[in-house]
Write a protein that binds this ligand. Structure first.
Ligand SMILES: *[C@@H]1O[C@H](CO)[C@@H](O)[C@H](O)[C@H]1NC(C)=O
Ligand SMILES: *[C@@H]1O[C@H](CO)[C@@H](O)[C@H](O)[C@H]1NC(C)=O
Length: 571
C-alpha cells in the first residue's frame, strides 16, 4: 500500500486531533486607552461611517476597510503579543446624565480576550487570515431568544437558542439583587443563573474592586470555508455536543479557537451622578441608542500570524497569566510602556457632553419605549419594526403574530396561528404611497412590499439557498425555478421562497433598506424584514393546518438551531 504525503498528514492530524481538556490563554492589551473610538465598522459597513460609535482595540491599520493583509501591515497593535494584528471592536457605552439628559462616553477601562481551546475530536486550527465575524445582535431592544430569569447561558445550538452576549455586574454582594426578581425583560434586564450576570443593563452600581460593569461576548468557533472569510452572516457556527464533554464542528468546517470578549467600563466612577437611580433604572445607553443593554455585540477580524497562533493553540495553557507569557511565543511581546493609537477617519465630535448620540441614533427601550421612525439616514438599526403605523388589517393579525413570536414554544405558536383566520392583503392597497419601489417588476414577479419576518420564517418553502451574492433578481429566479410564487430577500443577502407568508405584517419601506450584496443599486430587506416579490403582486396569509404548521415549526427549529451557521445568532 502506498501512502501519499497528504494521506499521511491527514492520518497524523486525526490522531493528534482529540483534545480532552480545555486549555486557554487570555490575550491582554497594553497602553493608554483603546486604539480608537470611532463610527467605523469595516465588517458591517465597509467604506463608510457606521451607524454607531465603536471602541476599537488591536492593529493600527484598522479603518473603514480592512483585510487580513492590510492588518498584517500595521505599524503597531494594542495586543501584547506582537504576532496578533487582529482588530476587535464593540459598541461604545454612554452615560445619560439624569440631571441634564446629556450624553457622554463612559470611560473605557480595559479589555480581555479569552482564547479558549475547548475539548473536541477536531483539530483546533488558527483563524485564517482575514476571517471576519460578528457575535451578539446589535438590533435587539427586547430580550434575546433563550433568555429567561434564572436560566443559564447556552452556547450549543443543538440545545436551543445560543445566548452569546450578556452583561456582568461585579459587586461585593448581591443584596439587593442587580436585576429585579422575575423580570421578563419588558422594563428591566433579566438575571441569568448567576447573581452577577444578566441580559440587559443592571439597576445596580457595579462596584467590585477594580471591576465595574462588563460586557461579555462569546464568538462561534466553527468556520465554514465554503462561505468564506467575508461572509460574516453565514461563515461561523457554534460547535455542538459530541459526547464525553467534547464539542465538534460540522464536517468540512474548520474548528478555530473560541474567543470571548470581556470589556470593562468605569461605570462606578460616575456613581455620584446616578446614585438616585440605583435600584430603579439604568443611566446607560449603548452607542446604537439601546437603553436596554440587550444589544451587546462584538466584531473581530483576524490579523494573526497563523503560525504564531497555531503554536499557541498547540502548546500554551497560560490561562490568566496571559498569552504574552506563553512558552516559545513567536514574534515576542510589545513594550508595555508605549501605546498604539490611531485617529478616527470619521471627523465628528464624540467626546464631552453631547445632546445626541453620534449618528443621531434615537434612544430606545424600556422607559424610552419602542422608538419612533424619526431616525436619521444610515441608521436603520435602532428603530423597532413594530413602531411603524400598522394598517387596520395588520393590527388584527399583529396580536397573533406577537404571541407566536415566542418561538421556543411550539405549542403556543401552533395554537395562536390556528385562531388566525384567512386574510388576504392586497399589497397595492397596503403599501404606503410614494414608495420608490411601487410597481417594480422582475420578470413574472412584482414587488409586493416590505414585510416582517419571524424566527420560524414567514416564507419557508426554501430557506437561504446558497446563491452567492444575493440580489432580488437572483432570488426571484431561484424561487420561480423551484415552482414558488413568492420570493423575499432579507438582511442584505438572504433569500427565501414560498407561496404565502405564514404571518403577515406590513412594514414601512424604510425597514427594507439594506443594500443587496449582489446589487449596489437595490434593496434586499432589512433586519427581520423581507423585500417581498410575488407573482400576483399580492400577499396572502392562510390559516395553516395545525399539523403541517407544527411539522414546519419543528423542522425550522432543527434547521435554525442545529444546522444554520452562526450568523443567525446575531439576529
Ligand atoms: C471599501 O469597501 C467598500 C465596500 O466594499 C468599497 O466600495 C470601497 O471602494 C472600499 N474603499 C477602499 C478605500 O478600498
Ligand atoms: C444580480 O446577480 C446576478 C448574478 O450574480 C447578476 O448576473 C446580475 O447582474 C445582478 N443584477 C443586478 C441588477 O445587479
Amino acid at each position: 500500500m502506498i501512502f501519499t504525503t497528504a494521506l499521511l498528514a491527514a492520518l497524523v492530524a486525526s490522531v493528534a486531533a482529540e483534545k480532552k481538556e480545555r486549555t486557554f490563554a487570555v490575550l491582554r492589551h497594553y497602553g493608554n486607552g483603546p486604539l480608537t473610538t470611532c463610527r467605523a465598522d469595516p465588517i458591517v459597513s465597509p467604506g463608510t461611517a457606521s451607524a454607531h460609535v465603536h471602541t476599537v482595540m488591536g492593529a493600527s491599520n484598522f479603518g473603514l476597510n480592512v483585510t487580513g493583509e492590510s492588518l498584517r501591515q500595521s505599524e503597531c497593535t494594542t495586543a501584547l503579543p506582537k504576532a496578533d494584528m487582529s482588530a476587535y471592536w464593540f459598541p461604545t457605552l454612554f452615560f445619560k446624565d439624569p440631571k441634564d439628559g446629556k450624553l457622554e462616553q463612559v470611560p473605557f477601562y480595559y479589555m480581555n480576550v479569552y482564547y479558549f481551546f475547548e475539548p473536541t475530536n477536531d483539530k483546533i486550527q488558527a483563524f485564517p487570515l482575514g476571517l471576519k465575524m460578528v457575535s451578539g445582535d446589535a438590533m435587539l431592544r427586547s430580550p434575546p431568544p433563550g433568555a429567561a430569569y434564572g436560566k443559564g447561558q447556552n452556547y450549543d445550538p443543538s440545545k436551543g437558542p445560543v445566548t452569546p452576549a450578556t452583561i456582568t455586574c461585579p459587586r461585593p454582594n448581591f443584596n439587593p439583587p442587580s436585576w429585579p426578581k422575575d423580570s421578563d425583560g419588558s422594563m428591566a434586564g433579566i438575571k441569568t443563573n448567576q447573581d452577577g450576570e444578566g441580559w440587559g443593563f443592571p439597576f445596580a452600581d457595579c462596584d467590585a474592586y477594580a471591576s465595574p460593569l462588563r460586557t461579555d461576548v462569546h464568538f462561534p468557533s466553527c468556520y465554514n470555508p465554503k462561505a468564506g472569510l467575508d461572509d460574516f452572516r453565514n461563515n461561523m457556527a457554534f460547535p455542538t455536543d459530541a459526547g464525553n464533554g467534547k464539542q465538534d464542528c460540522p464536517e468540512g468546517w474548520i474548528h478555530t479557537p473560541h474567543i470571548f470578549f470581556e470589556t470593562y467600563w468605569n461605570t462606578h466612577g460616575l456613581v455620584d451622578r446616578f446614585k438616585d437611580l440605583v435600584g430603579k433604572e439604568s443611566p446607560f445607553v449603548f452607542a446604537n441608542g439601546d437603553a436596554t443593554g440587550f444589544s451587546v455585540h462584538g466584531d473581530f477580524v483576524s490579523g494573526w500570524d497563523e503560525k504564531a497562533l497555531q503554536q499557541i493553540i498547540d502548546n500554551c495553557n497560560a490561562g490568566h497569566a496571559g498569552m504574552h507569557t506563553c512558552p516559545g511565543l513567536i514574534g515576542g511581546v510589545n513594550d508595555e510602556s508605549k501605546s498604539c493609537k490611531i485617529e478616527c477617519p470619521v471627523k465628528e465630535t464624540i467626546d464631552g457632553k453631547l445632546d445626541k448620540l453620534p449618528g443621531n441614533n434615537p434612544i430606545v427601550g424600556w422607559k424610552y419605549g419602542k422608538g419612533g421612525s424619526g431616525s436619521s439616514s444610515g441608521n436603520d438599526l435602532a428603530v423597532d419594526a413594530s413602531s411603524s403605523a400598522p394598517t387596520s388589517v395588520t393590527n388584527v393579525i399583529k396580536q397573533a403574530v406577537t404571541t407566536s413570536q415566542a418561538q421556543t414554544t411550539t405549542v403556543m405558536a401552533t395554537t395562536t396561528v390556528q385562531s388566525t383566520t384567512t386574510v388576504y392583503i392586497s399589497a397595492v392597497g397596503a403599501k404606503p404611497t410614494g414608495s420608490a419601489t411601487d410597481g417594480k417588476a422582475l420578470g413574472e414577479f412584482k414587488y409586493a412590499g416590505c414585510y416582517k419576518d419571524a424566527s420560524d420564517r414567514v416564507l419557508s418553502g426554501v430557506i437561504r439557498p446558497n446563491l452567492g451574492r444575493v440580489n432580488n433578481t437572483v432570488c426571484v429566479s431561484h424561487c420561480s425555478s423551484k415552482g414558488f410564487s413568492v420570493a423575499g430577500t432579507e438582511y442584505g443577502g438572504e433569500c427565501y421562497c414560498g407561496n404565502e407568508l405564514s404571518q403577515v405584517e406590513k412594514l414601512d419601506e424604510s425597514k427594507c433598506s439594506m443594500t443587496c450584496e449582489g446589487d449596489d443599486a437595490d434593496k434586499c430587506g432589512g433586519d427581520w424584514a423581507l423585500s417581498v416579490y410575488s407573482k400576483s403582486g399580492k400577499i396572502s396569509a392562510r390559516d395553516v393546518h395545525e399539523e403541517s404548521r407544527h411539522r414546519r415549526h419543528v423542522h425550522n427549529h432543527y434547521m435554525h438551531h442545529r444546522r444554520t451557521p452562526a450568523g443567525r445568532f446575531r439576529r
